[in-house]
Ligand binder design. Structure first.
Ligand SMILES: Cc1ncc(COP(=O)(O)O)c(C=O)c1O
Length: 492
């Protein structure tokens, strides 16, 4: 059946009650105007059903235009005396301030470090902490982590530190195979007075589940570990790659030590990831990268090198200046798209960002995504042979749904869905530990994930495609040899 014939709005009564309104033309949610939002993107002009947003979101036209206009007469920062250089320096500073404001970072831009992505941000913490771990310490991570938040710690514990005669255990917290929720009792048993660091995701990119960060913070605070500087308690690092795009993250309230996320999952182009860390920690730790710009003016001699003030101590070499500016503008645009999609209030302005505005916008986003996710969960659960991973209640999860259908290879399923225009992602989503833990063979699942521009109609269409393929599995039968398929280990 042609795509267009299957692409029909659902009946109004099928929509979730009380939280939104379907007006016959489009989907409006408490002031969030999805039709207006979609007009700011190019993809609706093609017949793409963009449902792989947990991997990467689409870039709005306004950001693309801004990127081109900035690239026309740009300059390097911090070095030149030219007007162009001064302008770029100010814009880069503003970008750091915007990011700090969006996170409600207690110490402002001093706590913001920019890297290429979440993975690099987490690796940088590993390298900065490397010399801090003491023989007999341990660190705790979880079975649901993306490889970005497991493999660096595995490498540190099993490959790097043993070469220096330092033994540090890497302990892994289980999750419930039924609900996908983290086993907090297991976590409490694993954390002890030798736990220097606890790492967990804010939301899993496979199970969708959001982790109870306040409870975990309490556990780390009371671990009894003594950090070298005298601080009591274990450090807590949160991989917020899936949490940040879909939820308010208030660092004043959460009091995290480290947090990492990538901008390419929240409307910006590829290339910039954030490490937030408490300024006291950044001041005391050795930097991850050394070189130009991260040194204090003139303080380099054969005897001693002095490092720059925060956050520049962690900004070695020429940064991705345009990437940083555009990424911060993506946050400003996200506020506008959510709160006033027909006009720019924050985007391309210097308007200071107050956290209550961020909170209002991200709460709206999270409610809207919850509607889409609950709808997907309910509709998908009616597909014969389906197994959905993670909590059944959308309130407990972020906006993605991973599943398998009995007897059908998830990679073939995603390929067939692509023929209907539905962009699903199949593989292990780099949540390899979790797929093995659930005994999946091949270790893979098919995933749909939503963002602010997706509609209920698109969710319905995607589910109809899944249902149709599930009933006609001739080309997607499970083939054990596909276990080695490169897609299984693919990036996410
Ligand atoms: C939970 C989680 N952590 C880390 C990453 C890695 O992000 P990046 O590839 O931007 O480093 C992802 C990417 O999907 C993710 O979902």
């Amino acid at each position: 059946m042609p795509l267009r014939d299957m692409y029909r709005p659902p009946a109004a009564e099928s929509l979730v009650d009380g939280v939104g309104l379907f007006d016959g033309q489009g989907w409006i949610h408490k002031g969030m105007d999805i039709n207006a939002i979609r007009k700011r993107f190019l993809f609706p002009h093609s017949e793409r059903i963009v449902t792989n947003n947990a991997a990467t979101t689409q870039v709005p036209v306004d950001l693309l235009k801004m990127h081109v206009s900035l690239a026309r007469d740009y300059e390097n920062v911090h070095r030149g005396q030219s007007k162009a250089s001064q302008k770029m320096t100010t814009m880069l500073d503003d970008a750091y301030n915007t990011i700090a404001a969006f996170l409600n970072a207690p110490e402002g831009k001093k706590s913001i470090v920019l890297y290429r992505n979440t993975t690099e941000a987490i690796n940088s913490v590993m390298y900065s902490l490397l010399t801090e771990f003491r023989d007999g310490d341990n660190m705790v991570t979880t079975m649901m982590e993306h490889n970005s938040n497991y493999v660096p710690w595995y490498a540190m514990c099993k490959e790097i530190l043993p070469k220096f005669g330092v033994n540090v255990q890497c302990r892994i917290v289980n999750f419930s195979r039924e609900t996908g929720e983290l086993d907090l009792e297991h976590m409490a048993r694993l954390i002890d007075h030798r736990t220097k660091l606890v790492c967990c995701s804010g939301a899993s990119n496979f199970l969708g589940v959001k982790n109870p960060l306040k409870i975990i913070r309490e556990m780390t605070r009371n671990s009894g570990y003594f950090q070298p500087g005298g601080r009591r308690g274990s450090f807590l690092l949160v991989d917020a790659a899936q949490l940040m795009p879909s939820s308010p993250v208030d660092l004043k309230a959460l009091d995290l030590d480290f947090l990492a996320f990538s901008f390419h999952k929240m409307l910006a182009p590829f290339g910039i990831g954030v490490l937030y860390a408490k300024a006291s920690i950044l001041s005391s730790l050795p930097p991850f990268l050394y070189g130009g710009d991260m040194i204090a003016q003139g303080q380099v001699s054969p005897e001693k090198v002095g490092y720059n003030a925060l956050p520049w101590k962690y900004s070695a070499g020429t940064p991705n200046i345009l990437g940083a500016i555009i990424s911060a503008q993506a946050l400003r645009l996200l506020l506008d798209l959510t709160l006033s999609p027909k006009k720019h209030v924050y985007f391309a302005t210097e308007k200071p960002i107050e956290y209550w505005v961020v909170n209002a916008a991200m709460t709206r986003i999270s409610l809207y995504l919850r509607i889409l996710t609950q709808h997907a969960l309910e509709r998908l659960s009616g597909v014969p042979g389906i197994q959905i991973y993670g909590p059944k209640d959308a309130a407990k999860r972020t906006s993605l749904v991973a599943f398998n259908i009995k007897g059908i290879n998830p990679m073939s399923l995603a390929e067939e869905m692509a023929e209907y225009g539905v962009e699903a992602r199949a593989g292990c989503h780099c949540a390899t530990l979790a797929h093995h833990y659930l005994g999946l063979d091949p270790p893979a699942s098919c995933r749909l994930s939503f963002y602010i521009y997706n509609t209920i109609q698109e969710v319905d269409y995607a589910v109809r495609v899944v249902r149709r393929l599930a009933a006609r599995p001739s080309r997607c039968v499970v083939n054990a040899s596909l276990q080695q398929d490169s897609a299984v280990t693919g990036y996410d």
